[in-house]
Design a protein around this ligand. Structure first.
Ligand code: PLP
Length: 361
């Protein structure tokens, strides 16, 4: 496989623009010096704009899961009720993670189906320290009702911990307006940087809830705050400096495009994928209800009759286009096309065209 000529149309890692790759080759700097602080400050400023929040923002050297674990690991103590909503692979991960720290109340919906708010409200009435949910469930291509869940959690005095790993930077997310206490994103998704960093916002209420004696050590969010609140903004431990260079450059690209334009481009890209699937007679995988929508960053489709989706993936690879299959029990049954970050309309059209060629073979 030619690495230089591979179109990554999977839901992360995404293609990284040359100027971001070049940024990573700059010399190393002192991570306790003014230059690093300036980079971290700049990243936090732009991220606050993307998250639409005044909460604290931190960047962790570790992929999306690290920030998910930091959030639940610092908030949940062993007897704390944590409601974990699951309707896909990453909701399941949040549930599994939370059950290592707290007492999880699973709220499970079949993968690919929508979240229902009535059972959530019933559980919230019994009291819970926090609710976890994935906003954009990458494994099934469904957009979950973050705003409603945030508002319900607030109504019953619970924290809302949201995985925005594949929505932040590509779709509308209003952390403050929705009442999201912790929101998490990964560098390799809609942000358009290489994998290896994750970014999260943390509310005052979330910090107040971190009362347990033994917070995780490496993923201690209070330590992140202490280091960031110093005269020079820092991280508690040595950060992945080349990835911070890349993140800053990718955030500048976002700033240049403007979040509104970027979100509109993502919406149009995913709508184009859905229109093409409809024209080819291929069914979307998610089953929507009044609270859900199709994802605007990753589209999940049922494998067409007579073709395993792994075969489709392999055939696409032959023409240098990487799409994603299904995860866990959905392997072979669905396929997914990521249209996130800096993927262009031309990239999307080439992918759709090649899918048609494979189907018609
Ligand atoms: N949450 C969602 C919604 C994801 O799509 C992913 C990765 O695909 C993750 C969490 C895990 O992130 P990472 O692989 O960066 O740890």
């Amino acid at each position: 496989m030619d690495l230089e000529d591979n179109l990554l149309m999977m839901p992360g890692p995404v293609p990284v623009p040359p100027r971001v790759l070049r940024a990573m080759s700059k010399p190393m700097i002192n991570h306790r010096g003014a230059q690093f602080s300036a980079i971290y400050d700049d990243c936090r400023r732009i991220l606050a704009d993307i998250f639409k929040t005044e909460n604290d923002i931190f960047v962790l050297s570790g992929s999306g899961t690290a920030s998910m674990e930091a959030a639940v690991g610092c908030i949940a103590d062993k007897d704390d009720r944590i409601i974990s909503i699951e309707n896909g692979k990453f909701g399941e991960r949040f549930k599994d993670l939370a059950s290592r720290y707290g007492s999880v109340v699973p709220l499970e919906f079949e993968w690919g189906t929508s979240v229902d708010l009535d059972p959530l409200e019933a559980q919230l009435q019994e009291g819970a320290k926090a609710v976890t949910m994935v906003h954009n469930e990458t494994s099934t291509g469904i957009l979950n009702p973050a705003e409603q869940v945030g508002k319900l959690a607030k109504k019953y005095g619970s924290l809302f911990i949201m995985d925005g790993v594949t929505s932040l930077g590509g779709d509308d997310v209003f952390v403050d307006d929705w009442g999201v206490d912790v929101a998490v994103v990964g560098s390799q998704k809609c942000i358009g940087a290489p994998p290896g960093l994750s970014m999260l916002s943390v509310s005052e209420a979330a910090f107040d809830a971190m009362k347990k004696e033994n917070l995780p050590y490496y993923l201690d969010l209070k330590a992140c705050k202490k280091s960031a609140d110093k005269e020079k903004t820092q991280t508690p431990y040595t950060p992945a400096i080349p990835l911070f260079y890349a993140l800053q450059e990718s955030l500048h690209i976002i700033e240049e495009e403007g979040m509104d334009a970027r979100i509109e481009r993502h919406h149009k890209g995913a709508a184009a994928v859905r229109a093409a699937m409809d024209a080819m007679g291929i069914e979307m995988f998610p089953q929507l209800n009044e609270y859900s929508a199709y994802s605007n960053t990753v589209s999940a489709m049922k494998a067409p009759a007579g073709m395993d989706s792994e075969t489709l993936k392999k055939e696409m690879m032959k023409s240098g286009i990487t799409i994603a299959g299904g995860q866990a029990h959905l392997k072979g049954k669905i396929f997914r096309i990521g249209s996130m970050a800096n993927v262009s309309y031309r990239d999307i059209l080439s992918t759709l065209q090649q899918i048609e060629v494979v189907f018609k073979k």
